[in-house]
Design a protein around this ligand. Structure first.
Ligand SMILES: NC(=O)c1ccc[n+]([C@@H]2O[C@H](COP(=O)([O-])OP(=O)(O)OC[C@H]3O[C@@H](n4cnc5c(N)ncnc54)[C@H](O)[C@@H]3O)[C@@H](O)[C@H]2O)c1
Length: 242
C-alpha cells in the first residue's frame, strides 16, 4: 500500500495512535484529524504523517480539513472513523449539551467524514476502505455504557451497512470494528472499581491493547480485507457468546 492515503480521525488518542502506527508501518501516508494539536505534532515526527487540527463536531471544520486533503493528496484510499468519546451521565438526567456532543462526535462527525471521504475515493484504484470504530457497548447490555453512547455506535453501525450496500459495486468496502475494553485514556471515564470489574469480565482476564485493535484495522485496509464489507466485527475475547 505504498503511498496510498489513509485518513484517521481521533489520531492522537489511544486507539488512534496505534492505528496510525500500523498504517504507517504498512507504507501508507496517513492524515490524522484531531482536536488535540499537541498530540498531532508528536505524531508528525514521521514524515509520512500529516496532522490537521479539526473539531469533528463542526461540519465546517470537517469540510475545511477535507478540502486541504483534496488539494494536498487528491485521492483517499481509506478512512478510519475512530474519534469518539464516552460521556457517562445517568439516564434520564443527561444534559442536552452532553447528548449533542456524544452523538455529534461519535455519529454525526463520522457521517460527515464519510460524505467527504467518499468523494475522494470514487474512481480510485483497488478496493477502497472505510472502517468505523464502533463499540461492543452497542450490543452488550450488561456492561456500564450509557444509552446515548450505545445509540451513537448503533447508528454508526447502521451507516456502515448502508454505505457497504450502496458502494459495493464501486468497490468501496465499509466495515465496523466493535471492541470491548481496550486500554486507552478513555478508561478514565469510569471509576477504578467499575473499570476493574469490567476488566475482570474479559475472558482472558485482561483488557485488550490498542495495537491489537489496530491490527484488525490494518488487516481490513490491506488487500486481504478486500472481500469483507457490511460487517460489524466484534472484538471481545469471546465475552458475550451465548
Ligand atoms: N477504549 C475502549 O475500551 C473502547 C471500547 C470500545 C470502543 N472504543 C472507541 O474507540 C474509539 C477511540 O477511543 P480511545 O479509546 O482511543 O479514546 P481516546 O480518548 O484515547 O481518543 C479519542 C480521541 O478523539 C479526540 N477527540 C475528542 N473530541 C474531539 C473532537 N471534537 N474533534 C476531534 N477529535 C476529538 C481526542 O482528542 C482523542 O485524541 C472511540 O470511538 C471509542 O468510542 C473504545
Amino acid at each position: 500500500m505504498m503511498g496510498k492515503v489513509a485518513v484517521v480521525t481521533g489520531a492522537a488518542g489511544g486507539m488512534g495512535r496505534a492505528i496510525v502506527a500500523r498504517l504507517l508501518a504498512d507504507g501508507m501516508n496517513v492524515v490524522g484529524l484531531d482536536i488535540d494539536r499537541t498530540g498531532l505534532e508528536e505524531l508528525a515526527i514521521d514524515p509520512a504523517f500529516t496532522g490537521i487540527e479539526t473539531d469533528l463536531t463542526s461540519s465546517a471544520a470537517i469540510g475545511a480539513a477535507f478540502e486541504q486533503i483534496a488539494s494536498e493528496h487528491g485521492q483517499v484510499h481509506a478512512l478510519v472513523n475512530n474519534a469518539g468519546t464516552c460521556l457517562m451521565s445517568e439516564f434520564p438526567d443527561i444534559p442536552e449539551d452532553e447528548f449533542e456532543l456524544q452523538m455529534g462526535l461519535n455519529f454525526t462527525g463520522a457521517f460527515r467524514c464519510c460524505q467527504a471521504a467518499i468523494k475522494l475515493m470514487e474512481g480510485g484504484e483497488g478496493v477502497r476502505k472505510i472502517v468505523n470504530i464502533s463499540s461492543n457497548g452497542a450490543y452488550n447490555f450488561d456492561a456500564f455504557d450509557p444509552p446515548h453512547y450505545r445509540a451513537s455506535k448503533a447508528a454508526l453501525d447502521t451507516l456502515t451497512k448502508d454505505l457497504a450496500r450502496r458502494y459495493a459495486t464501486q468497490k468501496i468496502a465499509v466495515n465496523s470494528i466493535a471492541p470491548a475494553m481496550t486500554e486507552t485514556p478513555l478508561f478514565g471515564v469510569v471509576s477504578e472499581e467499575v473499570l476493574a470489574n469490567a476488566i475482570a469480565q474479559m475472558p482472558h482476564g485482561r483488557a485488550m491493547q490498542p495495537s491489537e485493535i489496530a491490527d484488525w484495522v490494518g488487516f481490513l485496509i490491506s488487500p486481504t480485507g478486500d472481500i469483507s464489507s457490511g460487517n460489524v466485527i466484534i472484538l471481545n475475547q469471546g465475552r458475550d457468546v451465548r
